[in-house]
Ligand binder design. Structure first.
Ligand code: ASP
Ligand code: MG
Length: 433
């Protein structure tokens, strides 16, 4: 992968020798809804043309038309639920091939020199973990050469090629965000614009909290927490990549002509918010083991088989033992993994020697996130007080340097989000904390 993208613009002499202007190298990524119809594809081409005509070097990354990848996954599953992962990739990668060709054509129709590129042609080299491959290296020289010769590459997102087996790979659902950020890093682009169906990153989900505000800027670290705690704007892996390569990302809508939210390094943000955003995830399930033996090795014995089964455990609490012999252990897993978790543990009940297992999928995880937390006390207390004030019981708590998460009963989701949004001074038209 390339070196970190520079934050500033570079100077070039324009083709017109009468004057020179500052140009930027920009990657523009368009998600499924942005290329969902022929009309939308034509509108996208106009956006690209405007950036190109302004003298910038532009590379485009596209997703499949909305709904197409779901349809392709569905086809594969209908043929065989246990289909071969290599053939799955061949099938699901095809959606992006279609849009890269169509967008290139639409650009050409507007007089913009454009060329489509599939993952293997660039190449986007990945490992051979089919279905969720990781990018290892991008050969960006040819693209860079063509861009400086005023051509617009239109890259099929989501795709790669594995050197190990010389076959097409895909990067996991939502992976074209990662394609775009990785390409921006490799091209040392000044910015990676991610066009989607929302116009930016909000302090909270605006469908639930009407007073949520669009953020002008947010740090990579906060965005990473927001994405991994349930905000669906960007694929989590793409944010991690932007953070490690210092890529400036802008999240914006292709439907409106307005600036979106910039995701940047912390040093670009002068005024750091104590809490920048509140995320929630309904994709949680809680498991409580009652009467667990309180002796060394028990946690390892319980979580070992779960990790062997590729089940991710998130929050964990163990109670102090009252009698010195047994204790209670509560933890969370993804809702989709609940049944498997229960059966893995029940199979081993004899060895693990717990008395009872209580599953509960009626929970939601609410997280408040902000880099300013590092230097402010009382942030957690405000969360606990606010929830207490609404009579909401906290079941599990976990914290990190810039995040506090609580698990509560699902029916309180809306109430909790709105109350916390107000308590942290995030409501629109209010002075911030
Ligand atoms: N088309 C792929 C998906 O739907 C990749 C993407 O859109 O980011 O998951
Ligand atoms: Mg997406």
């Amino acid at each position: 992968m390339g070196t970190p993208a520079s934050a500033g613009n570079r100077c070039y002499f324009d083709i017109n020798p009468a004057y020179f202007r500052v140009m930027a190298r920009i990657v523009q990524k368009f998600g499924g809804t942005s290329v969902g119809t022929i009309e939308r594809i034509q509108a996208v081409a106009k956006r690209v043309k405007a950036e190109f005509d302004a003298g910038n070097e532009v590379a485009v990354v596209v997703s499949a038309m909305s709904g197409v990848t779901n349809q392709l996954v569905d086809y594969a599953t209908k043929i065989s639920p246990l289909h071969d992962a290599r053939e799955y990739d061949v099938v699901v990668a095809s959606g992006e091939q279609v849009t890269s060709g169509l967008v290139a054509m639409a650009l050409q129709a507007l007089g913009v020199p454009a060329r489509s590129w599939l993952g293997w042609q660039i190449p986007f080299k990945t490992d051979a973990v089919h279905g969720k491959a990781r990018i290892q290296d991008i050969g960006a020289d040819e693209l860079r050469r063509r861009m400086s010769a005023r051509e617009v590459p239109v890259v099929a997102g989501f795709q790669g090629v594995a050197e190990e087996d010389n076959r097409i790979t895909t990067l996991g659902r939502g992976g074209s965000d990662t394609s775009a950020v990785a390409l921006a890093a490799a091209l040392q682009a000044d910015r990676c614009d991610i066009f989607t169906d929302v116009d930016g990153v909000y302090t909270c989900d605006p469908r639930i909290v009407a007073k949520a505000r669009k953020l002008d800027k947010i740090t990579h670290e906060e965005m990473l927490e927001l994405a991994s705690q349930g905000a669906k704007v960007l694929q989590t892996r793409s944010v991690a990549m932007a953070m490690s390569h210092g890529v400036r990302v802008q999240v914006l809508s292709s439907f409106v002509d307005a600036p979106g939210t910039l995701v940047v390094n912390e040093d670009e943000i002068v005024e750091k918010e104590v809490v920048s955003g509140i995320a929630y995830s309904r994709d949680e399930a809680k498991i409580t083991l009652v009467g667990v033996q309180d002796r060394p090795g028990v946690a390892a014995a319980i979580f070992g088989p779960l990790s062997d089964a590729s089940i991710n455990v998130d929050m964990i609490v163990q109670n102090v033992s009252e009698d010195g012999k047994t204790t209670g252990l509560t933890f969370t897993v993804g809702k989709a993994d609940l049944e498997r978790t229960v059966s893995v543990l029940n199979e081993r009940q004899k060895d693990l020697r717990f008395a009872r297992l209580v599953p509960d999928s009626n929970v939601v995880k609410v997280s408040v996130i902000g880099v300013g937390m590092r230097s402010h006390a009382g942030v957690a207390q405000r969360m606990f007080q606010t929830l207490a004030g609404k009579g909401i019981n906290i079941q599990v708590i976990s914290t990190s340097e810039i995040k506090i998460s609580v698990l509560i009963a699902e029916e309180y989701t809306e109430l909790a989000l709105r109350a916390l949004h107000t308590a942290y001074g995030l409501d629109q038209d209010e002075t911030r904390t």
